[in-house]
Design a protein around this ligand. Structure first.
Ligand SMILES: [Zn+2]
Length: 428
């Protein structure tokens, strides 16, 4: 199917374009952009009042398949991505078994092929079984086309082993997506704060994140590996990254919507839908996340989409599993918290949600330029609506954003030139 998308506000950070224009999609490719394009034999999409953006790219999701499909399957995760405007997502390797071999990479790819609504990129583990002791089959997984390496959920505590992984990653031109947390400093379930003390909960101190962020940036400087810091949550971590960039170390970073839209005062609610790792931080840290997004220290917004079964999230703050779902709330929470408040322009937001993560991945994603694969999101940024978790495509219902009155609703998602999601429904 060919499309003419008319009168939308085209937001393409790759060329700094923000203008009301028409955009033509022919044979899966963006074929023309301009004012008042003459319709040919194609379907017309009226985008009056909508943003037309490159398909969103999420560098950090958990799809739970293989092994934990009571939380999420590859199919439900990919449908949630399409519903959230995402045409590319990168799945973390902490499945069962861990993604540490060619076989598991092949399994995920074959499952993903059954639900062609988004591009599922696979992240391989750094160590076998994420045991922190022996490197995984990094070479083999690289040959199978993984997009990055990560030990997400924990850090490789042996610095020498991490250095070896970085040298190998550099040779193979793979980035490392780094969960920074010193296991010896990481105790507790929420950040130190008034609510944590009042509720008698053990504190997870920011230093655990900051120490490992600093260590791995030094190792990246030494090895020349492309390092991407996952879910930055503290002002100090952001400052460490800012300084590293000023010293031309090859480091990028992401922040999750909950870390710029919520702070640790939510812990008073004593609800595990506010529990994630890293935990919600102080209002000063939240302010630093926003400054980091504004000045580009924090390159990307990534959801850390982490579906869990209800029975794993109703055990209180101390015992419940870490994480919340994010794919279907990222656009509304980001538009509401960052754009409607004037903290980011629409073009800056789409840069952090598509163009820059596309650059981190490579492969020409995150642009609407003529010749690019037609991965496109149409977003209604102006009509207020209310988030309703019962309508999610993901199997997870673990969200703190249910019932939020927001702006920013994904209207249509186009992947490889095909409408895969439109007005509340998956189209495939
Ligand atoms: Zn994660």
């Amino acid at each position: 199917m060919n499309y003419l998308i008319r009168n939308g506000r085209i937001l393409d950070p790759s060329v700094n374009l923000d203008a009301v224009l028409d955009l033509r999609v022919t044979n899966g490719i963006v074929s023309e952009i301009g004012p008042s394009l003459v319709p040919q034999n194609e379907e017309i999409i009226d985008a009056q009042g909508l943003w037309v953006t490159p398909g969103l790219i999420d560098l950090h999701v958990h799809f739970r398949d293989p092994g934990l499909t009571y939380k999420e399957t590859i199919a439900t995760g990919m449908r949630a991505a399409a519903a959230g405007g995402f045409t590319t997502v990168c799945a973390m390797p902490n499945t069962k078994p861990v993604v540490d071999s060619v076989e598991v990479v092949r399994y995920i790819r074959s499952e993903a092929a059954k639900t062609p609504v988004t591009d599922l990129k696979i992240i391989g583990a750094i160590t076998r079984g994420q045991n922190g002791e022996v490197l995984a089959d990094i070479q083999g997984m690289a040959e199978e086309g993984i997009c990055a390496l990560s030990e997400d959920g924990k850090s490789v505590m042996n610095a020498d082993l991490m250095k070896q992984a970085m040298l190998l990653a550099k040779d193979l031109d793979l980035p490392i997506f780094d969960h920074c947390e010193d296991a010896n400093l990481a105790h507790g379930c929420v950040s130190p704060c008034d609510a944590q003390k009042a509720l008698g909960l053990p504190a997870l101190d920011p230093i655990a994140e900051e120490v490992l962020t600093a260590r791995d940036i030094q190792l990246a400087g030494l090895t020349g590996c492309r390092l991407h810091i996952c879910h930055v949550s503290t002002a100090n971590s952001a400052e460490i990254i800012r300084v590293a960039k000023a010293h031309s170390i090859s480091v990028t970073a992401e922040v999750a919507p909950h870390h710029f839209a919520l702070d640790d005062s939510e812990i008073w609610k004593n609800d595990a839908n506010y529990k994630m790792n890293p935990p919600l931080r102080s209002s000063d840290d939240v302010a630093a996340m926003i400054v980091g997004l504004q000045d580009g220290t924090l390159d990307a917004i990534a959801t850390d989409h982490a579906p869990h079964h209800e029975n794993e999230k109703n055990l209180g703050l101390e015992k419940s599993a870490n994480g919340i779902v994010g794919l279907e709330t990222s656009v509304p929470v980001s538009v509401t918290a960052l754009v409607k408040t004037g903290l980011l322009t629409p073009l800056e937001l789409i840069d952090r949600m598509s163009t820059t993560p596309g650059r981190i991945l490579g492969g020409g994603k995150g642009t609407l330029q003529v010749g690019a694969q037609a991965d496109i999101a149409l977003i209604d940024a102006d009509t207020p609506w209310t988030i309703d978790k019962t309508k999610f495509e993901t199997m997870g219902r673990n969200t703190p954003f249910d019932g939020w009155n927001v702006y920013g609703r994904v209207h249509t998602t186009i992947y490889k030139g095909q409408i895969v999601y439109q007005e509340g429904k998956i189209q495939v």
